[in-house]
Design a protein. Sequence first.
Length: 319
Amino acid sequence: MKRVTVSAPGKLHLSGEHAVVHGKPALVVAVGKRLYVTLTQNPEPRTQNPIVNLKTKKDYLSTIIHLIEKKYQVSFTDFSLEITSDIPVGAGMGSSAALVVATIGALIIYLGKPWNPQEINELAFQAEKFQHGNASGSDPTVITHGGLLWYRKELEFLKTFWLLPFKIPKSFTPFVLVDTGRTESTKDLVVGVVGKKKTQNPGAFELLIAKIEQVTRTITQAIHDEKEVDFRKLVTINERLLEQLGVVSNSTQKFIRDIENSGGAAKISGAGGVKTGSGIVLAVHDDPQKLMALAKKYKHPSFQVTLGGEGVRREQVVV
Ligand code: PMV
């Protein structure tokens, strides 16, 4: 019986989220948490859609499957799909993009087509655009290729990225990630919050994203030069600019100020959130235990991840 398992990592935006939707660069990194998609051929081919039994993400998966059906002129009816993941969902760690990338990878192998990460990334970008309107493509790109990436969408058909030949330095204190939760979708924030801000005052918006671009550059330099003090200062500046962009909730701002007052630095990572929490907060402190204690006080789950993980990967192929 044909069985294919493909996995894809989560990601973090170290800098440049939102600005990247508007043509500025982003610095993104794959993480050690992964999502697994397994396609199993049913012994008895069914006539119904293979994903009807999935409770969540059903529409999104349908979109992905239809995209592949259209691309390869095929029709899927004979497999079941199983998903397991340790990437927090809807938190800014790329769980949706990991689902798209891994599913596309698995479908392509299932069809016996050549393994081509560039193609997987392009198809994932199409699916992501469907999901949140104005996607930059930074999520599927880092999730497909892994590592630490400098990414930029110059034009809708021209996306460039550079897989950086260095890592987050071992000398840096490990980051702590805190999940502050969020109620809005990426689309709500990209289109509803930031899109509106751009329309209301295009001049001020351009100035703001130009400042974010500058931070993305200097943060990349600080990582390259292994300058942790600079890195932390830039994380704080980055956070302030994201607050000005309007994507950080009051409660998350308060939490981040507490981190800063205790001697650390922190920023949201990804789309953010305004109504309740703001998704994942990336935090650094000489004493990571202090961050974990603070997160506990706020009743936010906290954890650590390895950075710079491998991109989309074939786990098991039984034909
Ligand atoms: O994956 P999220 O929800 O963390 O957001 C991705 C980053 C954005 O810049 C906000 C959107 C995009 O398409 O790049």
